[in-house]
Design a binder for this molecule. Structure first.
Ligand SMILES: CC(=O)SCCNC(=O)CCNC(=O)[C@H](O)C(C)(C)COP(=O)(O)OP(=O)(O)OC[C@H]1O[C@@H](n2cnc3c(N)ncnc32)[C@H](O)[C@@H]1OP(=O)(O)O
Ligand SMILES: CC(C)C(=O)C(=O)O
Ligand SMILES: [Mg+2]
Length: 570
């Protein structure tokens, strides 16, 4: 890349030392206008056909847009026919106003009014470029010449509107390329247009100030908007609208600061489709408000359906990390995020203000589930793994077992280099703990209490060691201790139960018990967990002991000797 200062120049700062916008707070939704069917459409590889346009229009109405720019009817027959279809087939809801765009050129304005014949209410939006560069390069005109174009357009719209009195007309003017226009000139041209239209507080015109190309940081746009808001004539008779584009990737910020600076209305598109890097994304803006506790007056409670509509109509995919909607935006792969999310959910009580770490919005509010909130790969930790086992299998592992099992998962993930889905985790958990039946297998057992008050428990168990069955017996202060005693005596072991937990999984006739035992092996060797699952809690517990012994035996094949039994069968 060549030296930047030889090719580019910084944007000139706006002098507004007493700017007020930084201390303003947004507490209500602005007026929204969707320009998906015009600005979004004009940027597509293949503009929408009639069927796609209708589908997009219906979706926009369902979301709750009250102003929808439906196209540029003078530009193409498709756009003209679409306007006619909406009007003639009475497809425009009572509370929705359609808007159309047109250059300030006579034949185009005439054709635009033809397209709108019979509409109940419509916004006619005229524009011409006002920036320094476009005045010179595109029009070859001075400021007065550019004002003449705009005023000519304003006069003609007024004249033609008067000839179609069945329609309630609203006029909108955009000094296109506003961000590249000197502010004094922008205000002059808007004032000249409004001097023709003579708006009143009851019949307002719309002045739309587009960041046709986003040229500076969002605070500069806010300064421009506040300056215009202060200096425009007819201010109380104007709806001040903004139309940010996203060339610098800051359109959302620019729109928000513009509202703080006095804008009443925002034009943009669903998920930010539009020229170049797009128009401002109205979904993000609306949901940003929602997460501040402000009603956005747009309904994105089924965001996936809206996304599928936008993808179908625009024939463009939405990025998996797009705010609020992307496939991955409610997913944490990384361990510390998973840990915090899991704890956040556990701490949350019904009716609490939403405050879950790493989830700025409740996925359910936009129709998403918690299904994808935690996914596991090599970046994940015990929190994520245990969250999935608990969510999908009701397994609530003790903390030390979480640590032990997550190491096994980590090795799996590192070796595969891939995501491990919940089914794979369960297969691994079952294989590691629940299906450990060699070399030792518990076949049967009987217990009975000893002493006057059953102070001690006696057990007689049938076990299989490799292919031989053995009957072993022992006693202890409970059946698990008795079983451990039997194994210790018959297999010359020195097992101790370090920790024991159990709980039910499932409900009703499907209910199962799951037991976790942490077993010490005497001497310095570390403890190991065993897990057992069965219809009965004692069977689950004894199976958990067997699971731990078998896991230890798998690590040290010469460690477990055949039982020195009282009776051998088979
Ligand atoms: C920032 C925006 O998004 S603005 C909206 C842009 N959208 C579109 O352009 C999509 C639809 N447009 C079209 O299909 C075509 O441009 C049409 C059919 C409207 C017009 O096509 P054409 O007649 O071929 O003219 P074209 O668009 O090339 O415009 C260029 C001419 O119009 C003039 N012009 C451009 N914009 C305007 C305007 N807003 N008002 C008045 N004159 C204008 C130019 O100076 C140029 O004049 P010249 O031929 O004397 O040099
Ligand atoms: C027509 C105008 C409003 C426009 O789309 C722009 O300037 O980006
Ligand atoms: Mg635009």
């Amino acid at each position: 890349m060549m030296q930047a200062d030889k090719k580019y120049r910084p944007f000139q700062a706006i002098s507004l030392p007493d700017r007020q916008w930084p201390s303003q707070v947004i507490d209500t939704a602005p007026r929204w206008c969707s320009v998906d069917l015009r600005d979004g459409n004009q940027a597509l590889i293949e503009p929408m056909d009639a069927e796609r346009k209708i589908r997009m229009f219906r979706t926009l109405c369902e979301i709750g847009f009250k102003e929808i720019e439906i196209g540029f009817p003078a530009a193409s027959q498709t756009d003209f026919d679409f306007a006619r279809q909406l009007i003639e087939q009475d497809l425009i809801p009572e509370d929705v106003t359609v808007q159309v765009l047109c250059q300030c050129r006579e034949p185009l304005i005439r054709r635009t009014f033809e397209a709108l014949r019979g509409a109940k209410r419509a916004i006619v939006h005229i524009y011409n470029s006002t920036s320094t560069v476009q005045r010179q390069v595109v029009f070859g005109l001075d400021r007065a010449g550019i004002i003449d174009i705009a005023v000519g357009g304003a006069r003609l719209t007024q004249t033609l509107a008067a000839k179609q009195p069945e329609t309630e007309w609203v006029f909108q003017y955009s000094p296109e390329s506003f961000t590249g226009t000197e502010l004094e000139f922008a205000v002059d041209i808007c004032n000249a247009v409004n001097a023709v239209w003579q708006p009143t507080p009851e019949r307002k015109s719309i002045v739309n100030l587009p960041a046709t190309v986003e040229m500076a940081t969002p605070n500069v746009y806010a300064d421009q908007i506040e300056w215009m808001s202060r200096n425009l004539a007819y201010r109380d008779s104007i709806v001040l609208s903004v139309h940010p584009h996203n060339d610098r990737g800051t359109a959302v910020a620019a729109a928000e600061l513009a509202v703080m600076a006095g804008a009443d209305r925002i034009e943009g598109t669903l998920f930010g489709n539009g020229e170049r890097t797009g128009n401002v994304d109205l979904v993000t803006l609306a949901l940003n408000l929602f997460t501040q506790g402000i009603d956005p007056e747009l309904d994105f409670s089924d965001i996936n359906t809206v996304a599928r509509c936008a993808e179908y109509c625009n024939q463009l995919p939405i990025h998996p990390r797009h705010p609020y909607v992307g496939e991955l935006v409610f997913t944490a792969f990384s361990g510390s995020h998973q840990d915090a999310i899991k704890k956040g959910f556990a701490a949350r009580r019904e009716g609490d203000i939403w405050d879950i770490p790493y989830l700025p919005i409740d996925p359910k509010d936009v129709g998403r589930s918690y299904e994808a909130v935690i996914r596991v790969n090599s970046q994940s930790g015990k929190g994520g793994v245990s969250y999935l086992l608990e969510r999908d299998h009701g397994v609530v592992m003790p903390r030390l077992l979480q640590i032990e099992f997550s190491q096994i998962v980590q090795d799996l993930a590192d070796n595969s280099g891939k995501e491990l889905d919940s089914a794979t985790l369960w297969t691994s958990f079952s294989g590691e703990y629940l299906e450990r039946t060699t070399p030792l297998q518990l076949l049967d057992y009987k217990t009975h209490g000893e002493g006057e008050h059953h102070e001690r428990e006696q057990i007689t168990a049938t076990i299989r060691y490799r292919s031989n069955e053995h009957i072993i017996s022992g006693s202890g202060n409970g059946p698990i201790a008795a079983f451990v005693d039997a194994l210790n005596r018959h297999c010359a072991l020195s097992l101790q139960v370090v920790d024991y937990r159990e709980h039910a999984t499932g409900k009703g006739s499907d209910a199962q018990a799951i037991a976790y035992v942490e077993i010490g092996f005497g001497g310095p060797s570390p403890t190991l967990f065993g897990v057992g699952q069965a219809g009965n809690i004692l069977t689950a517990s004894l199976s958990a002991v067997v699971s731990a012994v078998n896991r230890a035996a798998a690590r040290r094949p010469d460690w477990l000797q055949p039982p020195e039994d009282e009776r051998r069968t088979g």
